[in-house]
Design a protein around this ligand. Sequence first.
Ligand code: G6P
Length: 634
Amino acid sequence: MCGIVALIGSREVAPLILEGLRKLEYRGYDSAGLATIKSLDQEKKGVLTCEKAEGKLVNLASLLEKTSVEGHLGIGHTRWATHGKPEKQNAHPHRDQSGDVAVVQNGIIENHNLLRNELKSDGVNFLSETDTEVIPHLISKQLKKLKEEGCLDSGETLLKAVQLVLSRLEGAYALAVIWSNAPDALVVAKRQAPLIIGLGQGEFLCASDTPALSGFTNAILPMEDEEIALLTPLGIELYDSAGCRQQRNPLILSENENAVDKKNFRHFMLKEIHEQPETVELWLARHFPQHLSDQFPISLPFEESFYQSINQIQILACGTSRHASMVGAYLLEQFAGIPTTVFYASEFRYAAPPLSPHTLTIGVTQSGETADTLAALAMEADRRKNFGDPSFISRQLAITNRPDSSISRQVENVLDIGAGIEVGVAATKTFLAQLLSFYGLAIAFAARRNSRTLDEISSLIEELQNVPDQLRILLNNHNQITESLAHNFSDTKDVIFIGRGINYPIALEGALKLKEISYIHAEGYPAGEMKHGPIALIDHRVPVISIATPGKVFEKVLSNAQEAKARDAQLIGIAPEGPDTAIFDSLLPIPNVTEWISPLLTVIPMQLFSYHIAAHRGLDVDQPRNLAKSVTVE
Ligand code: G6P
C-alpha cells in the first residue's frame, strides 16, 4: 500500500523519481507527490520544492511539465488512502510548518491522534487528515531542540532527529525524509513495511519494491525492521534501533526480475492471462521430472521424516491467494490425505485455533508483503516457540512470487512460484502458479506418505504435462467467445458463480475478479448451498455461471444449475461440450479432463469474462479503483 521512492545523486532526480513511482503505481494511485531539494552553491541551505496531484501519477506528471522541480535529492510517493480522503491536501510529501522538512511514508502510525493533539497544543497547524503529517512536525521540533543544544545543520543532525522521532511512533512505517538545511542528506527508515536501498554509481535510490530500481541498479540492500540509514553522495550509514552501525553485503537482482512490458496487449491483465501456458511450462520444467523413478516432484527443504510426521496443515492467506489455498487444501486433503484448513490471515492473527502438534503452517502471498499474512505467520511462529513442548513439530513454508520480499526474510522455507512480475492489480497468472505449487506439494506429500499409488501420481503428472497445450487452445477459442458474451452482460448488476468441490474456490475467484475490475456485484457460492438463501436473488436479470466438470459432483452441479434456470436465471456454463451441458444458454467449453486438474482450466474463461466486461465498460482494468496490489497495512 503506497509506494515510496527517494533518490540522492548527481543528476536531476525528478524524472527518475517519477519513473520509479510509475513502476510502483500498483501499490496505490489515489494521489501522488514529489519534493526535491536544490542546493545553492553560495549558501549551505537548499531550496525545497514540493508538488502534489490528486488521482493517478499521470496528473502529477503533467503538473511537473508546467513547473520546475529541480535538485539532485528528492522523495516521491504514490498513495493508497488510509487516513483522509484521496484529495490533494492528503497527498504526500507532508511538510513541517516552515516547509523545510518533507516526508513520504508507507504504513500506519497508530498513535497519530495522541501525537497530533500534543503538536496542536504546541501551536502546530495541520494541513491534512493523514497520520503521516505528525512526522515532519515532530522532526522539526527535534531539529530545533538539537540546534539549541549546539548541533549543526547536517545530515547527522537530521539522522539524530529522525531517530528520536521514530522512538515515539507506534505502528508500521517505511519513510524517507529530506531537510533543506542538509541538501546532501537523505534519511530513510523502516518498520514492518518494505524499503530497499539500491546502490548506483555515486547515487542511491530507495524504493518500496524492486521494480522501481529497474534500469537504475541491480545491487540492492533490503532494509531490516527498525533500521535507519543516512545516505549522502559519499555513502551509506546504516544503523539498527540501538544506534549500532550495521554492515551488510548487497544482494544482486537477476535481470529479468524487473522486466515490465505490456508487449502488444491492450492491458497488462490481458497479457498476463495469455502468459499462462508459459507459466505452466516453466513451472513443470523446474519442478517435475519427465519420468517418475525414485525422483519426486518439487524439492522442499524438509527432511524426509517431516513428510511422515505432520498431522495437519494450516494455510494463511488473503484475497486471491486464499482462493488458491482453498484448491490447495482440497488437493492436500483429498489427494494426499492430510487434514488441511485455510484461514483468512486477518482473522487467524486474532483468533487462532488451539495449538495442536505436528503442524505445517503455509503462508501464501503473491507479493510476499501482505501485512496480515506476515503478522499471522509471525504470531504463529511465536506461540509455537513459546509453547515449550519439544515433541511438537512445527514448521513454516512461504509460497510467494517474490523471493526477494519480506516473507522470504521471515520464513525459513520458501517456495518460489516463479510467475514473473505481474503488473495488473487483479491476480491472474500468479493465481495459476499458486495452484501449481499446491499440485506439487500434494504430489510430494502423497508420494512420500504413500497415500497414493505411483500410478495415480504418474497419471496426475501426465495430466499436468498436457495443461500448457490445453491452455493455448482455451485462450485462442475463449478470447472471442467471452468478449461477445461480455457485451451482453456489461450492464448486468449482479452475477452468481457456482461450483462444488475443487471448483468451489474457482467460483469464489471468478466472483472476486468480476467485482475487482468491473465493479459488478458478484457472489461465489458452493452450488449445493444456493437453495439455502441466495436462490432468492435469482430472476431473469441475474446470470448464473456454473462450473461443471465431469467427476463426483458433475450431475449435482448440473441439477443446481437447473434449479436456477427454473427461476429464469440466464445460465452460463463452464463445462465440456456434450448432451449433459445443453442446458446452458451459453457455454464456455473446456476440455474433458479429470476433476483433479480442472481448476487449472476452468479459471481461464472466468478471467477472460471479467476482463472483457471491464474493458467493454471502459474501466481501468489494470488499476481498479480503491485497490492496490500489495497491501502492507492491516
Ligand atoms: C490485494 C490484491 C489481491 C491479492 C491480495 C493478497 O487485495 O488486490 O489481488 O489477492 O491483496 O495479496 P498477496 O500478495 O498476499 O497474494
